[in-house]
Design a protein around this ligand. Structure first.
Ligand code: AMP
Length: 224
């Protein structure tokens, strides 16, 4: 990456808040690169890498993977040239240690945080949102048992593929553990970014398109 003008957005919020959905839309609409540490870890698990083997049980329990593993995986991805377009950090940082490491990582590359956006939601609603969700195995388009079914059952509206997948940790028991981890370890970062003057709050109980517009306004305001 190159300069302080390169957009660096952080999306904060509990599981189900819509970080991934909004990051994908920002990627498509604004040309930024979505960096989801959850996606990177799931890929490492699927490939059976040492990091993936270490992370698998932790993820299935709904706890946080060690800072060491997550930072190594993120740092490698951030070194790739496409990140020069600007990045959306989706699900990172999640601990004080990760936030401190990110400061250093960005400073080393002459970058700074454009905005940290807190997607504010109601916890109980998140259990329902996350438990029913699934996605297209090919293009990643998101669906939900109750809120958003494809027009033809089992066929992706976007790319026509017929294989859908569900995450192993998207069940009610694990979601509650993930919510606990969020409140204990990640929510304190909201105050950290507020003190730095880069925090923006968005009501993410609103419809996806409303959240997307609010996010667009935040980004417009911070000159992406
Ligand atoms: P996500 O896809 O962001 O919901 O992440 C799924 C799971 O991956 C989390 O419940 C954690 O176990 C792990 N994970 C993802 N990102 C991080 C991170 N930044 N720090 C620690 N664990 C993470």
């Amino acid at each position: 990456m190159t300069s302080a003008e390169t957009p660096v957005l952080i999306l904060l919020g509990p599981p189900g808040a819509g970080k991934g959905t909004q990051a994908r839309m920002l990627e498509e609409e604004q040309g930024l690169v979505q960096l989801s540490t959850g996606d990177m870890l799931r890929a490492a698990v699927a490939q059976g890498t040492p990091a993936g083997l270490a992370a698998k049980a932790v993820m299935e329990a709904g706890a946080l993977v060690s800072d060491e593993i997550v930072l190594a995986i993120l740092q490698e991805r951030m070194a790739q040239p496409d990140c020069a377009r600007g990045i959306i950090l989706d699900g990172f940082p999640r601990t004080d240690g990760q936030a401190a490491a990110l400061e250093q990582l960005l400073a080393d590359q002459g970058l700074r945080i454009t905005a940290a956006v807190s997607l504010e939601v109601d916890d109980e609603a998140m259990v329902g949102r996350v438990s029913g969700r699934y996605s297209c195995a090919k293009c990643g388009e998101g669906y939900h048992d109750s809120f958003r079914q494809p027009a033809h059952a089992g066929t992706c509206d976007k790319c026509g593929a017929s294989e859908m997948k569900r995450r192993a940790d998207d069940n009610a028991t694990t979601v509650r553990e993930r919510l606990k981890a969020y409140h204990a370890q990640t929510a304190p970062l909201i105050a950290f970014y507020e003190a730095k003057g880069v925090l923006q709050r968005i009501d993410a109980m609103a419809a996806i398109d409303e959240v997307r517009s609010a996010l667009g306004r935040v980004i417009g305001r911070v000159a992406v």
